[in-house]
Design a protein around this ligand. Structure first.
Ligand code: MTE
Length: 319
């Protein structure tokens, strides 16, 4: 099986040590990506150093590519063009509104059909599972895409810790509910908290990760910090942000978008250029940073790794 990610081990000390990395806010400020500071981008130095001159943002300046040779999207775009309805429906407005959102400390509770239910702190998970860099394409159902250098670890490692029982067939994920910090949650238009779900075999696939960082740094609030699911062969909305609950269930869990518009957003939501959204075509996409559109790939280009999961399914019915 083709190795689709670059397994660069990143130790927790590399991610968190103040000697090596400046704080998250300073990190993104240095890269010119804090909302409202875009003017800084063109002046940002290639190598940013702390006062003791240790190099800190090498990843920002590296020419990182995914396994298809596609360059990563800029850190500015990744952190300033976001979908995060708990804050706002405006993609450009999320970073500013999320600036004060507390992402640390952060706990995740894993429970349900498991032998060893437990609450984990993200700090402990980082120490235990040694996150690595995974460069993945992210294809939004709306027709835009990015290539993102995540830092994360396989969800399977966490699930192994809690020992799912034989009855467990699905995994349900839930986002934090903090309307005081997340203004969008005060609007009753959506059934908060945001929920998502995977079949257990999808959750155990090696491509499925929990991300704790990106671009070699911590995970910005607007991208889903404290911790966020990343399922690269599915439309971006399956990659739920700010996860605080992971529940193993026997029945297929309800998900936010499927609850609101079941005819538009199925439970599976695999990237599929042959199954159009009822209101638009899914055959092409626009990579952020590019002008013209490109063809969308079946399973977002990860067919070799995941097509076997759906062998007996009609993807037009199970969209
Ligand atoms: N998770 C939560 N909790 N709330 C959201 O609104 N938006 C989803 C997904 N996860 C969303 C979410 C959608 S539609 C997309 S395309 C991706 O996050 C976008 O991730 P990004 O902003 O890090 O690029």
């Amino acid at each position: 099986m083709k190795n689709v990610f670059k397994p660069v081990p990143i130790t927790s000390s590399e991610i968190t040590s103040k000697n090596v990395y400046i704080s998250r806010r300073d990190f993104f400020k240095a890269a010119g990506v804090i909302a409202g500071s875009s003017a800084l981008v063109s002046c940002a130095p290639n190598i940013v150093t702390t006062s003791d001159s240790a190099p800190i943002v090498s990843a920002v300046t590296q020419n990182l590519k995914d396994e298809l040779g596609e360059s990563v999207t800029t850190v500015k775009d990744i952190t300033n063009f976001n979908n995060y309805y708990e804050f706002t429906v405006s993609k450009e407005g999320v970073a500013g509104l999320a600036e004060k959102f507390q992402t640390s400390p952060w706990d995740v509770e894993v429970y349900g059909l498991v032998n060893k239910p437990r609450k984990f702190s993200v700090d402990d998970l980082v120490k235990k599972f040694q996150p690595e860099e995974r460069i993945y394409r992210l294809r939004c159902v709306e027709g835009w895409s990015m290539v993102i250098p995540w830092v994360g670890f396989p969800l399977a490692k966490l699930l192994e810790e809690v020992e799912p029982t034989l009855d467990a067939r699905y995994v349900r994920f839930e986002t934090v509910f903090r309307p005081e910090e997340m203004p969008g949650q005060k609007q009753a238009v959506y059934p908060w908290p945001y929920q998502e779900g995977l079949r257990l075999d999808e959750a155990l696939n090696d491509l499925t990760i929990l991300a704790t960082g990106l671009y070699g740094g911590e995970l910005p609030a607007q991208n889903g910090g404290g911790i966020r699911l990343v399922v690269p062969w599915k439309y971006g909305f399956k990659s739920i942000k700010a996860v605080i609950k992971i529940e193993l269930t026997s029945a297929q869990p309800s998900t936010l978008w499927n609850t609101i518009a079941p005819n538009e957003y199925g439970f599976y939501s695999n990237v599929n250029p042959n199954v159009d959204h009822p209101r638009w075509s899914q055959s092409t996409e626009r990579r952020i940073g590019e002008v013209s559109r490109r063809d969308t790939l079946l399973f977002n280009g990860y067919a070799e790794q995941v097509a076997h999961l759906y062998e007996v399914m009609d993807l037009k019915v199970n969209y």
